[in-house]
Design a protein around this ligand. Sequence first.
Ligand code: RFL
Ligand code: PHB
Length: 393
Amino acid sequence: MTPGPVEERTQVVVVGAGPAGLLLTHLLHREGIATILVEARDREYVQARVRAGVIEHGAADILRRAGVGERMDREGLVHEGIELRFDGVGHRIPMTELTGRHITVYGQQEVVHDLAERRLADGGDVRFACGPAAIHDIDSAEPSVTYTVDGVEHRIVADFVVACDGAHGAGRPAMGEAVTPYEKVYPFGWLGILAHAAPRIHELIYANHPRGFALYSMRSPSVTRLYLQVPSTDRLEDWPDERIWEELALRFSLDGEPWEPTQGEIFERSIAPLRSYVGEPMQRGRLFLAGDAAHTVPPTGAKGMNLAIRDVDLLARALTVQFRTGNEEALRRYTEEALRSVWRAEYFSWWMTTMLHRFDGDTPFDRRVQTAQLRSVASSRAHATALAENYVG
Ligand code: RFL
Ligand code: PHB
């Protein structure tokens, strides 16, 4: 006889243990709200997934206030400016001078590591390696999440379900007809590498070069993070190590001379597509979406993880009001309030992406307008301040 499903009940069941899901369950725990967090992959996989690196001012404050910013403050790299490099010349945008704020370079996998440690130390119910969970009955008062481990089906009924399961999870399809998608797909992706190499300089470089965009970043005094714009059709096999280093040196050229990043063993590489997506609204019935489950931004503005952190901060506060007072007004306003930051980040990421990348179909007119735009940002304090304000968050 096959065993029946294991039935459980909690206040909030959260799907996905990326930055959004882990931080949300942590914030709710601090308010005394019971949660179960269900993650498809195992903990090692989730903690090793290399992605974002830039934490904006406001998101860092949220992590600090939540009591999980200690290692970020100790080990994160404080950056007070970025460089825009085009026509073979570098232009520094002094973000801290212009805004009084800075960014912290600290890997997303470190944030995930810190949050997972904290959740488990607090006795949180975090279930890794559950396989893909499914979401049910969101229009009823008893929404639920199911998953199957070792042939046993588990069913968790909750007051609310929050999908923090990224762009390819169960949350987006569960919205069904309720959601209107707004989408833009770019005809290129980013080849990203991590190398055991001391960063040659200590600020990020965003380079617009006739051969395509390149980004110079880092993770620590001994690890460099680098990206190249590549056609969407390229595969990793097309990019042996020597080709990557040569291309980087060309795209970062200064005064007509190749500029070589310090080289070292490449220990991680991937190609990520660039797209913008917003699904409106971010709620249907008793299901809420947060982070990449609700929206995607191209990485050029470094906003994805920051938006995920802001979404769950907002949602945790709205859920707390609901559980304390029974007043659902704050929850009803979640979509509207979250979308304000989301669309601002969508706008900024689109603006950075179009200003910095090379588009195949560009006419000579388009190219000159792009150069005029870059020159304006590099020479106008007002224009540079607008970039800096958006960038530091
Ligand atoms: P995540 O991190 O994708 O986590 C979702 C989790 O859900 C799990 N999952 C499921 N679990 C159970 N059942 C299912 N059915 C499930 N389906 C999925 C997945 O296994 C996963 O663990 O979403 P979250 O938490 O919303 O976080 C969003 C961020 O990961 C993302 O926005 C950023 O990485 C974007 N991003 C950047 N953001 C920044 O703020 N600053 C940056 O500098 C930055 N750089 C980047 C980036 C993203 C990049 N790529 C790879 C697209 C650079 C790159 C190259
Ligand atoms: C990174 O360090 O991974 C990074 C930095 C800036 C971006 C995107 C990614 O805009």
